[in-house]
Design a protein around this ligand. Structure first.
Ligand SMILES: *Cc1c(COP(=O)(O)O)cnc(C)c1O
Length: 394
């Protein structure tokens, strides 16, 4: 093992803070005993505040993919049409999953270089006069490309088209890192996971469920058992689960909720925006290109960087791992070996970002990738602006 701490700078799983590790390092308790109800209730109530919803939150012992499936099987019937938007690899996986479940996913194609276009969604919905489309599914933060979709704009597009479809949003890599409002944005099912902005290890996933989605579940024809919201609802009302929950991950979740609320969600979002801006300044100084072409869509959670033509992103990542013990995210499917991704989410601060960017800059040099130095300096300048502003304001 190399000395010092490994830099886990993939865009999830993210670094787990010691406080959360300590919170999980505690005997597993009887999940049907009297002490558990407090743990369960705290997690279920706390996650409502993180999703910014008054509606029901469901917690599964699964990776995020399970919560994708849960969103669909609880609300839809075989053959139902769902409108999905190809923002990148994760949107594509969700679309494939929908197809395997016997749904009819209609995909609006995208170039993987922006968030979903609400205008294109509106146009499709306007054409759908007989309301064949039962759900619109978008990925809030497309982790394969570093592009954010304006979910409020998608909601407005659906309202403008006067379309009754359910709105489902994947926030697996955005929740607790990027501003998200389940209720205000009229989302019907929000899908999320534990191992990104929530700073936990992998293993928990979530659905936040609007009343409209809950009503849809009463008549939904797809088969479900393990994922059934109805099975969860009764036990959850008193802090319990219908089957064994991931007890120790729930201890960790409660610590994560405390940490997020102590810092304040707005401050957490601002911290991520600042780190995103600083990372992009580094990329610009290197003379490289960020994959997301639309400036307002660029992610505060990760930065996907295009390699210069003829250079392998995977080779660069291997060199960086070997020389600096830092893991960077790979390019997925369509952009395999063409991009690398810098994760700057979760339990993260200015020096961790600067260390990360220094590792990238040295790795680019070691791998003989044609680019300029000075990215770390550019990032430090962006990070310093906050303190200059604070001084000016004082
Ligand atoms: C990580 C991720 C997933 C997949 O989640 P798993 O926990 O690996 O099942 C899906 N969507 C997005 C946007 C993600 O970032």
């Amino acid at each position: 093992m190399p000395a010092g701490r490994h830099f886990l700078q993939i865009p999830g799983p993210s670094n787990v803070p010691d406080r959360i590790l300590r919170a999980m390092d505690y005997p597993t308790m009887d999940h049907r005993g009297p002490a558990f109800a407090e743990v369960g209730r705290k997690a279920l109530e706390g996650m409502k505040r993180i999703f910014r919803t008054e509606a029901r939150v469901v917690i599964y012992p699964s990776s995020g993919t399970g919560a994708w499936e849960a969103a669909l099987v609880n609300t839809l019937s075989p053959g139902d049409t769902v409108l999905m938007y190809e923002t990148g690899h994760f949107a594509m996986l969700w679309q494939k999953l929908a197809g395997k479940l016997g749904l009819n996913p209609v995909f609006i194609e995208g170039d993987w270089r922006s968030g979903a276009d609400a205008g294109a969604i509106e146009a499709r919905l306007r054409e759908d006069r007989s309301h064949e489309i039962k759900a619109v599914c978008v990925v809030h933060n497309e982790t394969s490309t570093g592009s954010v979709t304006d979910v409020a704009a998608v909601r407005r597009a659906m309202d403008a088209a006067n379309h009754p479809a359910l709105l489902m949003v994947d926030t697996i890599s955005s929740l607790a890192s990027i501003d998200y409002r389940h209720d205000d944005w009229g989302v019907d099912v929000t899908v999320s996971g534990s191992q990104k902005g929530l700073m936990l290890p992998p293993g928990l996933s979530f659905n936040a469920v609007s009343d409209k989605a809950m009503r849809a579940s009463e008549n939904a024809g797809l088969k479900r058992s393990y994922w059934s919201w109805a099975e969860m609802a009764g036990p959850n009302d008193t802090g319990y689960f219908p089957y064994t929950p991931a007890t120790n991950l729930l201890y960790g979740l409660n610590a994560a909720i405390d940490m997020l609320e102590e810092e304040g969600l707005e401050a957490v979002f601002a911290r991520h925006r600042r780190h995103g801006a600083a990372a992009r300044a580094a990329v610009a100084a290197w003379g490289l290109e960020v994959l997301c072409k639309v400036p307002s869509d660029r992610s505060p959670v990760l930065t996907a960087v295009l390699m210069p033509e003829g250079h392998s992103a995977d080779r660069f990542r291997a060199v960086t791992l070997r020389n600096y013990d830092m893991s960077l995210g790979n390019g997925l499917s369509k952009v395999a070996d063409r991009v690398f991704r810098i994760g700057h989410l979760g339990d993260f601060n200015d020096l961790m970002l600067i260390g990360t960017l220094a590792g990238v800059e040295m790795g680019l040099r070691d791998a003989c990738v044609p680019c300029r130095a000075g990215g770390v300096q550019a990032a430090m300048t962006v990070l310093g602006e906050k303190f200059a502003q604070d001084r000016a304001a004082a």
